[in-house]
Design a protein around this ligand. Structure first.
Ligand SMILES: Cc1cc2nc3c(=O)[nH]c(=O)nc-3n(C[C@H](O)[C@H](O)[C@H](O)COP(=O)(O)OP(=O)(O)OC[C@H]3O[C@@H](n4cnc5c(N)ncnc54)[C@H](O)[C@@H]3O)c2cc1C
Length: 413
């Protein structure tokens, strides 16, 4: 019997373990999933918490309940992996031997890497909505906010869901309009990118939306220091952005145990991974899914979902001694909330920029265009996440690869 150990029981770990259980019967493989706690947060829901549009209990479920029968669970922090000995050492003193390892431990926030960020203003006037504690504290602060400068600042890339900070800006504009105080709030988006987003075509459209909503865009802003007494953020090139409330997306890195595991990670603790097969470049029996990989795709749940099929196929091929399938194309798909019950959708992969048209085909929902249908799609996604994506169900007509039908190739946006 083969021993498959999955590190992390978030989006990628859960869906890959469930898909593996469907693929291999219990005599063929023992599947063990490791996580440090039993609290699965639906992270896209964190965006809505500061605006009172979602509560913690709406977006949190036990991890174990998302797993199919016949999957073993170990609740413990991972201490380190011995990639030569094929063994995972847990912080509780136990160890797990494996034939195949799947790394699905995502990305962590490292706010301590930015000078002054974790000072006395942290969770008073400086917040992040990228975890539950921060999103809830920010909600309390926004409810008391009567006017002033609200700055949304991405410290550096890569981050999870690169559109989420923009969505936060759009929702903040809507939220303050609903409260009748929008003319008393200056909203600024300070990003290290040279535009609103990583992909030029979408960047142009999103910068237009920021402008339309009166949100100032500050580009190539690499935050070097937070001064919470002065309430300023200073970039490495000396520019200063003042704030009354700052909403920060801190630096991200891979899980710290990756750094403690000799040969497993790069300098940011992400795992070097083949872009197309999702086999690690560390050892052939290690595969990677989701935010933990260093592939040039977005760190997004949609990417993690689309990677699942390739990872499971390739684990089976690896165990059979067959050639791996290089079919993952970098497919990413993001609904972008723009406020006022509207959203727009972008769909792209390693080779194709977001294009206008419709998804997943000519009769689908509009791409690169605000609509109420897309907003409903964003809300529906939470149901899809718990009931289709995590259980590892296939959706007829919606495969992993980016669909070309419905897209207006060569169209200008
Ligand atoms: C605010 C926000 C909004 C987002 N919105 C969207 C969106 O609209 N659409 C979208 O597609 N994506 C979105 N995302 C991104 C999406 O949630 C992630 O990309 C996705 O969850 C990645 O899955 P993963 O399995 O790689 O990591 P995770 O789901 O984060 O799982 C990693 C798991 O590893 C565990 N772990 C880590 N280290 C250890 C350790 N040492 N020991 C034991 N366990 C460990 C963690 O506890 C965790 O359960 C958003 C993210 C955020 C923060």
């Amino acid at each position: 019997m083969k021993r498959i150990v999955v590190l992390g029981c978030g989006t990628g770990g859960t869906l890959v373990a469930n898909r593996l259980r469907q693929r291999f019967d219990r005599h063929a493989a023992r599947i063990t999933v490791v996580d440090q706690d039993d609290v699965h947060v639906y992270q896209p829901g964190l965006l809505f918490v500061p605006f009172g549009l979602a509560l913690a209990e709406d977006i949190v479920r036990p991890r174990r309940r998302q797993l199919h029968a016949g999957i073993d669970v170990a609740i413990s922090a991972i201490d380190r992996v011995d990639v030569d000995g094929n063994v995972v050492h847990l912080s509780n003193g136990e160890s797990l031997d494996y034939d195949v390892l799947v790394v699905a431990t995502g990305a962590v926030l490292v706010p301590e890497e930015t000078e002054g960020l974790l000072g006395t203003g942290w969770l008073q006037n400086v917040f992040t909505f990228y975890n539950l504690e921060g999103a809830q504290a920010l909600g309390d602060r926004l409810a008391q906010f009567e006017g002033g400068r609200l700055v949304v600042n991405v410290v550096d890339m890569p981050i999870k869901c690169p559109v989420a900070p923009l969505e936060f800006c759009f929702l903040a504009d809507w939220y303050f309009r609903e409260r009748g105080i929008r003319d008393q709030v200056d909203i600024t988006y300070a990003t290290p990118l040279d535009g609103a987003f990583t992909k030029p075509a979408a960047s142009h459209a999103l910068a237009g939306l920021l402008e339309e909503k009166g949100i100032e865009l500050v580009t190539e802003f690499n935050a070097g220091e937070y001064d919470e007494a002065a309430r300023t953020i200073t970039s490495y090139d000396g520019r200063v952005v003042p704030f009354d409330v700052a909403v920060v997306i801190p630096l991200h890195g891979g899980a710290p145990y990756v750094g403690r595991s000799e040969h497993l990670g790069d300098e940011l603790n992400f795992v070097p991974t083949d872009n197309r097969t999702l086999q690690s470049q560390v050892r052939p029996n290690i595969f990677v899914i989701g935010d933990a990989a260093n592939v040039p795709a977005s760190k997004a749940g949609s990417v993690t979902h689309f990677e699942g099929e390739t990872v499971v196929d390739n684990i089976e091929r690896f165990l059979d001694g067959a050639d791996l399938d290089a079919s993952y194309d970098g497919h990413a798909n993001c609904f972008i909330e723009t406020g006022f019950h509207k959203a727009l959708l972008i769909d792209f992969n390693y080779d194709t920029e977001p294009l206008p048209g419709h998804f997943p085909g000519p009769l689908g929902v509009p791409l690169m265009k605000e609509s109420r249908l897309n907003h409903l799609g964003k809300l529906m996604f939470q149901w899809f996440y718990w009931h289709v994506l995590l259980p590892g169900r296939d959706v007829p007509g919606l495969g992993s690869a980016m669909p070309h039908a419905g897209k207006k190739q060569g169209a200008r946006t």
